[in-house]
Write a protein that binds this ligand. Structure first.
Ligand code: SF4
Length: 377
C-alpha cells in the first residue's frame, strides 16, 4: 500500500532500456558457483527433512504389515487350496452336455433336471429334451402334455410343469429376457436358491457360490472338519462365498461339484487323490477313516404317495390325449384293490392337478369311475 509499482516513476511509465529487453542474462560461472552451495544446501535440507518422514513411513508400513502377515498366512493357504483344486479340475473335469454352454435356457433345463436326480439319469433325458425344445420360445409354445411326456424317466414330474411355467414367465412377464441376478431368478416357478445361483453363475458368470450337496460336503470337511449335516445351509453358503476365488466362480463351482462326486465322496472319501488334503481339517482329525455311518432313514418309496403319483403320470403318458377313466386307472395302479370308493385316487389326482400335471373332468372330481383324467393340453 502506498508503494509504487515497478516501471513507474512519479506516476508515469518508465521506459525500459532496449539492451535489457533484448539480451536475456546468461548465468555466469560466478552465479553458477554461487548457486551450487544453495542447491546443495537445499538438497541437504530436503534430504534431512525427508529422513524422518521416510523412517516414519517405513515404520508405518512395517507396522501395517505385521497383522497383514498373519492374515496373509491364512490367505496364502486358501490361495494354494484354490489353485490345487483348479489344477485338479483342469485334469479331471467331468464332461456333460450342459457344460461349455452359456445358454441360460439350456442351463435352466439341466439344473432343473439335476434337482434330486443323478447326473447319469439326467444326460439322456436332457439331450432328448433340448432336441425337442431347443429354445426357450419352443418350450413356451409347446403343449404342457408334450413337456410332461419329455420328462419321462426322471421322476418328480412337477419339475416339468414348473420349468414350463418358468419359461412362460420369462417370455410373457420379462419380455423374453432371462434375469441375471439370483434374487430375480428365484421369482420363477420351481427355481430355488441352488438353481438361481447355478443359472446366474454358469450362464451369466455371476461371482456367486453354487452350493449343492457335493460342494457343501467338501467345504464342511476341508474347512471345518465337520460332516455336511453339521453345517446349516446358510453357514455353507457363507463358507462357500469365503472360498470363492475372485473371477473364477464358474470353474470353481464346477470343480467343487466334481471333487465331491469323485473324490470327497460321502462314504469312503479318496483323500489320497484329493487336492485339498494338505489343509483338510477332516483329514487332519482322522475322520475320513471313520466307518461309514448308516444312511439316514430315507423316505420309503415303495407304496408311498410319490410312487403312486409317478405311476399315475406314467400311465397318462401312455394314454396321451385320450386320457383314462378313474376305474381303469385304479385297476392299473392297484389290480388287487376291490373297494369301490375311489376317494384315495381322487385325492392323489387333485394334488397332481394343483401341480399342473393332470386335468380332470367334473365326473372324475366327483369320484365317478367313468370320470376321465388326462395330461394337460
Ligand atoms: S482330504 Fe479327504 S475329507 Fe478332506 S476334502 Fe479331500 S477327500 Fe474330503
Amino acid at each position: 500500500m502506498g508503494g509504487r509499482s515497478a516501471g513507474t516513476e512519479g506516476g508515469r511509465k518508465r521506459p525500459v532500456p532496449a539492451a535489457r529487453k533484448a539480451v536475456p542474462r546468461k548465468p555466469t560461472a560466478r552465479t553458477t558457483a554461487a548457486r551450487k552451495p544453495t542447491a546443495r544446501k537445499a538438497a541437504a535440507r530436503t534430504a534431512a527433512a525427508r529422513k524422518p518422514t521416510a523412517r516414519k513411513a517405513a515404520a508405518r508400513t512395517a507396522a501395517a504389515r505385521k497383522p497383514a502377515a498373519r492374515v496373509s498366512g491364512k490367505d496364502a493357504a486358501l490361495l494354494r487350496a484354490r489353485q490345487r483344486v483348479l489344477i485338479w479340475y483342469g485334469e479331471h473335469a467331468r464332461t456333460f452336455p450342459w457344460r461349455g454352454t452359456r445358454d441360460p435356457y439350456r442351463i435352466l433345463v439341466a439344473e432343473t433336471m439335476l434337482q434330486q436326480t443323478q447326473t447319469g439319469r439326467v444326460v439322456p433325458t436332457y439331450q432328448e429334451f433340448v432336441r425337442r425344445f431347443p429354445t426357450l420360445e419352443r418350450l413356451v409354445h409347446a403343449p404342457a402334455m408334450e413337456v410332461i411326456q419329455a420328462w419321462r424317466g426322471l421322476g418328480y414330474n412337477r419339475r416339468a410343469a414348473d420349468l414350463h411355467a418358468a419359461a412362460q414367465a420369462i417370455e410373457h412377464e420379462m419380455g423374453g429376457v432371462f434375469p441375471h441376478d439370483p434374487s430375480k431368478l428365484k421369482r420363477l416357478p420351481g427355481v430355488g436358491d441352488y438353481t438361481a445361483s447355478a443359472v446366474a453363475c454358469f450362464a451369466f458368470d455371476q461371482q456367486v457360490p453354487v452350493v449343492d450337496t457335493n460342494v457343501r460336503r467338501v467345504l464342511a470337511r476341508a474347512a471345518l472338519g465337520k460332516d455336511a449335516a453339521a453345517v446349516a445351509p446358510a453357514g455353507a453358503v457363507r463358507l462357500a462365498t469365503k472360498w470363492l476365488p475372485p473371477g473364477e466362480a464358474d470353474r470353481w463351482n464346477q470343480a467343487l461339484m466334481d471333487l465331491g462326486a469323485m473324490v470327497c465322496r460321502s462314504e469312503h472319501p479318496l483323500c489320497r487323490a484329493c487336492p485339498l488334503r494338505a489343509g483338510c481339517r477332516y483329514h487332519a482329525k482322522g475322520r475320513h477313516r471313520a466307518p461309514a455311518r448308516p444312511a439316514a432313514a430315507r423316505e420309503r418309496f415303495e407304496g408311498s404317495p410319490r410312487q403312486a403319483r409317478g405311476g399315475i403320470v406314467d400311465h397318462l403318458r401312455d394314454a396321451a390325449h385320450r386320457g383314462v377313466t378313474l376305474s381303469v386307472l385304479a385297476r392299473a395302479l392297484h389290480p388287487d384293490r376291490k373297494e369301490r370308493d375311489l376317494g384315495w385316487l381322487v385325492e392323489l389326482l387333485e394334488g397332481l392337478a394343483r401341480d399342473g400335471l393332470v386335468e380332470m373332468t367334473p365326473a372324475a372330481r366327483r369320484g365317478s369311475p367313468r370320470g376321465v383324467v388326462r395330461l394337460p393340453a
